[in-house]
Design a protein. Structure first.
Length: 57
């Protein structure tokens, strides 16, 4: 999991999660970037992007 204090996520964001995924292989369950943005989505590299606001009030 990574936390970014920005609404937009760039292609370079998540590079550490991709590196961790490469090192752990099948033991890596999922990658998540928490942002201040308005929508949740999954990036082309499989990493989920979720706004902090969706975690609760």
């Amino acid at each position: 999991m990574e936390v970014k204090l920005a609404a937009a996520v760039s292609d370079s964001d998540g590079k550490h999660l991709r590196c961790l995924r490469d090192q752990l292989g099948s033991r890596f369950v999922d990658g998540l970037i928490i942002t201040t943005g308005p929508i949740a989505y999954r990036r082309r590299d499989g990493i989920a992007v979720v706004p902090l606001a969706l975690f609760g009030p």
